[in-house]
Design a protein around this ligand. Structure first.
Ligand code: COA
Length: 249
């Protein structure tokens, strides 16, 4: 089975994390598959909406820390993450997420680019960027304060502790809490209804609500410069080492 499963039913494309033994940690190849699927959605008139899905109790634990460690010790960063982030930031079709369980790092910041987010009551979000010696990414430093105000965004992105689903909903990151066994069917039913709307009116309306993407793309670049440097910092290396050592025990 592929680590990312892309499928289509009617006018709805699903993109599912499927690397559950690693808590759906996202590798470079997985970013590329997701970027390709989102690019295809933009180009293909038969696709109206994309939906991000995980596995029971695991949305994703974010970027694969083994990949981060490789960059920290000299490997090339690769362009896959950047392609994925650009795709979620500039895509022209609606994006929905159904989050059950953990959504860490980019698994959480991706939600800021979604038009609708449904989560189970047992979902939780966390962005431990600073603890890893890193900085916020995916334009979250711009989008989170805009969505939830500075203090909530600071708590999420800088303090970096867990937000349970109920708090995430109060912060505006989640539309509605849906029990786990109904979560996917609910998200897919909403996706169907959205995909059936007149496509031109839908596209223009979405564009009006999302506003100027240039600002978001500029922030992606600004964050990414810091992020790339931070990946090679001693703070980050030590944090990745600690994670690897815990694994080894
Ligand atoms: N990158 C690489 N591997 C990861 C991973 C990640 N982001 N998250 C989990 N894994 C791996 C673990 O190393 C472990 O692998 P192993 O069985 O070969 O040892 C497996 O997935 C299960 O994870 P485990 O830590 O045992 O599960 P848990 O339920 O105790 O904890 C998390 C889950 C998500 C809290 C914990 O794995 C974690 O903190 N992961 C790192 C998250 C992170 O920092 N992401 C990057 C943010 S920028």
């Amino acid at each position: 089975m592929a680590d990312i499963e892309v499928a289509r039913t009617g006018r709805v494309q699903t993109i599912r994390f499927n690397r559950v033994n690693k808590k759906n940690a996202i590798t470079r190849a997985m970013y590329q598959t997701m970027a390709d699927a989102l690019t295809e959605a933009d180009a293909n008139a038969q696709i109206g909406v994309s939906v991000l899905l995980g596995q029971p109790d695991v949305f994703t634990s974010g970027n694969d820390l083994v990949d981060f460690m490789a960059v920290a010790t000299g490997a090339e960063h690769g362009g896959e993450v950047g392609e994925y982030l650009k795709a979620i930031a500039t895509g022209s079709k609606p994006l929905i997420a159904a989050v059950d369980g953990l959504a860490v790092g980019v698994g959480c910041t991706t939600l800021l680019h979604c038009d609708l987010v449904y989560a189970s009551p047992r979902a939780w979000m966390q962005t431990p960027f600073v603890d890893l010696g890193l900085v916020p990414e995916a334009a979250s430093s711009l989008l989170a304060p805009r969505l939830m105000g500075h203090q909530w965004a600071f708590e999420l992105l800088v303090l970096g502790e867990r937000f349970d689903a109920e708090r995430a909903a109060r912060a505006g990151l989640v539309n509605e809490l849906i029990r786990p066994d109904h979560l996917e069917s609910h998200a897919l039913a909403v996706a169907d209804r959205l995909a059936d709307k007149p496509p031109e009116a839908l596209a223009i309306s979405r564009q009006l609500l999302r506003g100027n993407r240039q600002e978001i793309v500029a922030r992606l670049h600004e964050e990414s410069e810091h992020f790339s440097q931070r990946l090679k910092s001693e703070e980050a290396r030590n944090a990745f080492m600690t994670f690897m050592q815990k694994k080894a025990k």
